[in-house]
Structure formats: structure tokens, C-alpha cells
Design a protein around this ligand. Structure first.
Ligand SMILES: Nc1nc2c(ncn2[C@@H]2O[C@H](COP(=O)(O)OP(=O)(O)O)[C@@H](O)[C@H]2O)c(=O)[nH]1
Ligand SMILES: [Mg+2]
Length: 318
């Protein structure tokens, strides 16, 4: 397919077919995908990115649903990226999420997309970030990343989210588990969900106590702990308020800028790796194939051959 940059002008939140088409193309990592991502970047930067993470069953999908409804009521548009809904850990979550999200998924100002990160190195795939850029360029006001809540992807979400919401429940020891899993460091806002449960007050105090063990300083954002009952739609207004507070803090504070620079540096290196891999794999298969026997027989180090491939690539591009 030949790429016509004019088509990106038609990319808007109302054109869901085009959004889907562009996302599928972008996922392919083809030359066309790279061209599209390059062109549309100039239109990104307006969407605010919220990560919802925490252990499975904490109520992330329920919370995402309620949060979306609140943002819609404020006349905002929302794109939801469900990260890893088919992960083997999530069990029946996919169906559950579908049912819960059904009532918002059909709305004009909502777009829901799943992305699997299984098999990709380093948890959260590059695709997730690229898809977010497409949705940003389409003009969504908010992009919500919801993780299933197991493994590296829930930590990685914090790198790409402007505000990371860590969801916990009043289960005894939940905050300790979260701390072990590294969730404490990534939270901009803590949500203690299921506060309709009798243990809620005790868990709230214990979570506060755990947080006080951390090193506080005035220039650094202090993550608030909010009590919610997502199922009953309680505490969601406070959640929206605190996300906005964090957003304002980030605009006024350079620590968030530092985080964005770090994120972009990592992202650029990832893209360079992808480009080099694409360039080299095209021209080098003959050289590799011709020398494979030598590697297998133990006479040639794979590192040496790899260096030769690189040298060969460089000299052929002089
Ligand atoms: N009691 C109670 N249950 C809730 C609340 N929020 C969500 N749930 C239930 O907790 C279960 C897991 O919720 P879900 O949103 O799928 O969690 P996720 O795995 O983190 O996405 C579901 O049965 C929800 O109905 C709440 O505030 N109180
Ligand atoms: Mg879920």
C-alpha cells in the first residue's frame, strides 16, 4: 500500500475505522508503519495519559469504566488501551472486562483497544506506545492504559503514563505485596478500592504507615491515598481531581520533565535498534547463511560473524 500523508488529516476521534486501520498498520512494524509514526508525531501531545495498575481483581477495569464515564460527563473523549487482556494469568478477565466495558465501548467519544505484550522483550511492547501516539494524534483528550496486573508491564506502564494510579484492595498484606512488587515507587495516586469492605479502615491506616517509611521531600510529588468503591461509583470524583492536581504539579515542576526525557531517550534507542535490525537483516542473510556451518562446527564465534555482518553493512553503505 502506498502511503498518502493526506490520509492522516482524516484521522479523528470520529473516524474509528481509520483509527483501527492505522493502528493495524502501525502494529506491523513495516516501513509504512515507521513512515506513519514519523508523520503523525507532530499531531500528538494533547492527550493526557493515565496508567491504571495494581494486582488482578483489585477493580482496575471497574475503575477504568467509572473514570471514563466521569471524563465523558466533563465532555472529554477517552481512549482505553487494555494491556495484555489475554495473558495466561488473567483467567476469565477478558470476558469480564468486555461485559463491564460494554456500556461505554459503543459510545462515540470512547475507543477501546487491546494490546498483547506477551512475547515482547521487556514487558510492555513498543506497540503500546505507538498505538497511544495514533490515538493521541486522533485527538483523544485522555488515554487510559489498563494493565492486567501481573509482571513487568504494570511497572513499565509508569514510564509512558503521565499519571500512574496504583489500585489496591483492603486485603491484609496487600500494601506489603505491592511494595515488594515495586508498585510503591511508581504510584502518583494510590486508590484503595473496595472500601465497602469492613477491613477498609485498617488497610487504609496500614497503607499510610507504609508510605510514611518513604523518603519525602518538598519538590517531589506526594502521592495521595484515595478511598473508592468503584462498583458503587464512589470516590471517582476525588480520583479525577487528584489526577488533575498531579497533572498541574507536573506542568509546574521539572521532575516530570526529567522523567519524560528519560522515557524519550529509552524510546529513541529502541527505535534505533529496530531500524538497524531492519536494515541489517535485509542484506545480511546470505553472509550469515554462508558462514553458519563454521559457527555450528565451533570454528567461528557468533560474535565475530555478527561483527562481520555489521562491517559488511557499513562498507556497503559508504
Ligand atoms: N465489593 C466491591 N467489589 C468491587 C469493587 N470494585 C470492583 N469490584 C469487583 O471486583 C471484581 C474484580 O474487578 P475488576 O474490575 O475486574 O478487577 P481487575 O482485575 O483489577 O480489572 C469484580 O467482581 C468487581 O465487580 C468495589 O468497590 N467493591
Ligand atoms: Mg481488568
Amino acid at each position: 500500500m502506498k502511503f498518502d500523508p493526506e490520509i492522516l488529516k482524516k484521522l479523528s476521534i470520529n473516524n474509528k475505522r481509520l483509527i483501527a486501520r492505522i493502528i493495524s498498520t502501525v502494529e506491523s512494524e513495516s516501513d509504512l508503519a515507521i513512515q506513519i509514526l514519523k508523520e503523525l508525531y507532530i499531531n500528538t501531545g494533547t492527550a493526557y495519559r493515565i496508567g491504571i495498575t495494581g494486582p488482578p481483581g483489585a477493580g482496575k477495569s471497574t475503575l477504568t469504566n467509572q473514570l471514563t464515564k466521569h471524563l465523558l460527563a466533563l465532555d472529554k473523549s477517552v481512549a482505553i488501551i487494555a494491556v495484555d487482556p489475554t495473558s495466561p494469568f488473567s483467567g476469565g478477565a477478558l470476558l469480564g472486562d468486555r461485559v463491564r466495558m460494554n456500556d461505554i465501548g459503543m459510545l462515540d467519544k470512547v475507543y477501546i483497544r487491546s494490546v498483547a505484550t506477551r512475547g515482547s522483550l521487556g514487558g510492555l511492547s513498543k506497540k503500546t506506545i505507538d498505538i497511544a501516539d495514533v490515538l493521541d494524534a486522533a485527538g483523544f483528550d485522555y488515554i487510559i492504559f489498563e494493565t492486567v496486573g501481573v509482571g513487568q508491564s504494570e511497572l513499565d506502564i509508569a514510564k509512558i503514563a503521565d499519571t500512574t494510579v496504583v489500585t489496591l484492595v483492603p486485603e491484609s498484606g496487600d500494601s506489603i505485596q505491592a511494595m515488594k512488587a515495586g508498585l510503591m515507587e511508581i504510584a502518583d495516586v494510590f486508590v484503595l478500592n473496595k472500601c465497602d469492605r469492613p477491613e477498609a479502615d485498617k488497610a487504609y491506616s496500614s497503607l499510610q504507615a507504609t508510605l510514611h517509611l518513604r523518603n519525602f521531600s518538598v519538590e517531589v510529588w506526594q502521592p495521595p491515598v484515595l478511598k473508592t468503591k468503584a462498583l458503587l461509583n464512589e470516590g471517582i470524583v476525588e480520583l479525577v481531581d487528584n489526577i488533575e492536581k498531579h497533572r498541574k504539579f507536573c506542568y509546574e515542576n521539572s521532575s516530570c520533565n526529567k522523567k519524560r526525557k528519560k522515557y524519550f531517550k529509552e524510546r529513541i534507542i529502541n527505535i534505533v535498534e529496530l531500524l538497524v535490525k531492519k536494515e541489517i537483516s535485509d542484506g545480511s542473510s546470505k553472509l550469515i547463511n554462508d558462514s553458519l556451518n563454521n559457527v555450528v562446527s565451533g570454528n567461528l564465534s557468533p560474535y565475530k560473524l555478527a561483527e562481520e555482518v555489521l562491517l559488511n553493512y557499513k562498507s556497503s553503505n559508504k
